[in-house]
Design a protein around this ligand. Structure first.
Ligand SMILES: [Zn+2]
Ligand SMILES: [Zn+2]
Ligand SMILES: [Zn+2]
Length: 329
C-alpha cells in the first residue's frame, strides 16, 4: 500500500492491492485473558479484576508503519509516498461486551485519558502532522473487531476534512478575531434549537447543516484547540465528558445501532510546515470536537450522489428525538 495525492483536490489516499488478510476473531485478540501476541504500547491503570482498564496495541494489520522513510517522490505530475506513520487499536475496556454506552463513567474516563496520552506521545514525533482517533461501529460502518475498540492513526499529512476546518477556522479568526466554534456554541446555546444536552463544560448538539440525519457533535463549551490537553489535565472535566459521550451514544443508538465517531483535535505543531500558515494562531482559531455520524442505510440508499450531502431529517427534528430517547444513568 502507498499514499498517493490527488493533484486536483490535493487529498491523500491510501491505495494498492490489498491481499485481504484473513482475520480470525476467535479467540478475541483483545480480551485481557487471551494469550494473544498483541504488541502492547501503553495501558491505563488497573480496574477491579483486571490488570488494565484500557490499553493501546499495535494494529494487527497496520495501514501505517512507524519504521522507514516516507520516501516522498514525484511521478511526473503526481506525488506519492510510503505509508509511514502509526496505526494503533485502543482497547476501550478489558471486557468483551462492555461498550462505551454501557460502561461506567470511570472506565470511559480511563479510555479518554489513554487516548489523550497516545495523541500527546505521537505528537512528539516531528515527522507526524496529524493524529486521528475514530471508531466505526456496525457492519455498515466498517467495524473491524468485535471487542470494544477505537483506532488511532498518526499520519504525515492532515486529513482533508480537518484541513478544511483548520483553514476555515483561521479565515474566520482573521476577519472576526473570534473562534468560529465558540460562536457556534454561543448561538446554539442561546437559540436552544439544536442542543441535545449540556453536561458541565461539554455540549452535545445537532449541527445546523448535518451531513447525515442525526449527525451529532460533542464540544467543550470553553475554548480549547487540543483534546489531549483537556483529556489529561482536568479529571473532573474528563468525567463529565465520559458521561456525555456515554449518554449521547445511547441516544444515537436509539436511532441507529451503527455509527462513525471521529475526534477532531489540533494538528501537531512540532512539524515545521512551510505551506500551511495556521500554526501560529491555531490555539486561538481551532476548537476540538467529536463528530458522530449515524449510519442509516435506508436513508442513504435512495441518494447516491456524494458531492452534496442530503439529510432528509432536519437537525431541529432530530434533536427532539435524541433528547427524548430513553437512556440509562
Ligand atoms: Zn474481546
Ligand atoms: Zn473556540
Ligand atoms: Zn470536525
Amino acid at each position: 500500500m502507498e499514499l498517493r495525492k490527488d493533484p486536483i483536490t490535493r487529498s491523500w489516499v491510501i491505495t494498492g492491492d490489498d491481499p485481504g488478510a484473513q482475520r480470525t476473531d476467535s479467540p478475541c485478540p483483545f480480551c485481557s485473558d487471551a494469550g494473544s501476541n498483541v504488541q502492547v504500547i501503553a495501558k491505563s491503570p488497573d480496574s477491579p479484576g483486571s490488570p488494565w482498564s484500557a490499553r493501546s496495541v499495535v494494529h494487527p494489520t497496520p495501514l501505517y508503519h512507524i519504521e522507514g522513510e516516507p520516501g516522498r517522490r514525484g511521478d511526473g505530475i503526481y506525488d506519492c509516498m510510503s505509508s509511514v506513520g502509526a496505526h494503533e487499536v485502543l482497547v476501550e475496556n478489558p471486557r468483551h461486551d462492555r461498550h462505551i454506552w454501557n460502561a461506567s463513567d470511570d472506565e470511559i474516563a480511563h479510555f479518554l485519558r489513554l487516548a489523550a496520552e497516545r495523541i500527546l506521545d505521537l505528537k512528539r514525533d516531528p515527522r507526524i502532522k496529524y493524529i486521528s482517533l475514530f471508531k466505526d461501529y456496525g457492519k455498515n460502518a466498517g467495524q473491524e473487531f468485535a471487542h470494544p475498540t477505537s483506532q488511532l492513526t498518526a499520519t504525515l499529512f492532515v486529513p482533508r476534512r480537518v484541513l478544511y476546518e483548520l483553514r476555515a477556522g483561521r479565515e474566520y479568526f482573521v476577519s472576526k478575531e473570534r473562534c468560529v466554534f465558540c460562536d457556534i456554541i454561543q448561538q446554539e446555546e442561546r437559540q436552544a434549537l439544536r442542543v441535545i444536552e449540556a453536561r458541565g463544560d461539554y455540549l452535545a448538539l445537532c449541527p445546523y447543516a448535518p451531513r447525515v440525519p442525526f449527525e451529532t457533535w460533542i464540544m467543550p463549551r470553553n475554548h480549547d484547540a487540543a483534546f489531549e490537553r483537556t483529556g489529561l489535565n482536568k479529571p473532573g472535566l474528563r468525567t463529565n465528558l465520559a458521561a456525555l459521550l456515554r449518554r449521547t451514544l445511547q441516544r444515537i443508538r436509539s436511532v441507529s445501532e451503527e455509527f462513525h465517531l471521529v475526534l477532531h483535535t489540533s494538528p501537531s505543531t512540532m512539524h515545521p510546515s512551510k505551506n500551511l500558515g495556521y500554526w501560529k494562531t491555531i490555539d486561538d482559531d481551532y476548537h476540538w470536537h467529536i463528530e458522530i455520524l449515524p449510519v442509516i442505510p435506508a436513508k442513504a440508499k435512495s441518494y447516491t450522489f456524494k458531492e452534496v450531502y442530503y439529510s432528509p431529517v432536519s437537525s431541529e427534528t432530530a434533536v427532539n428525538q435524541l433528547r427524548e430517547a430513553k437512556i440509562e444513568g
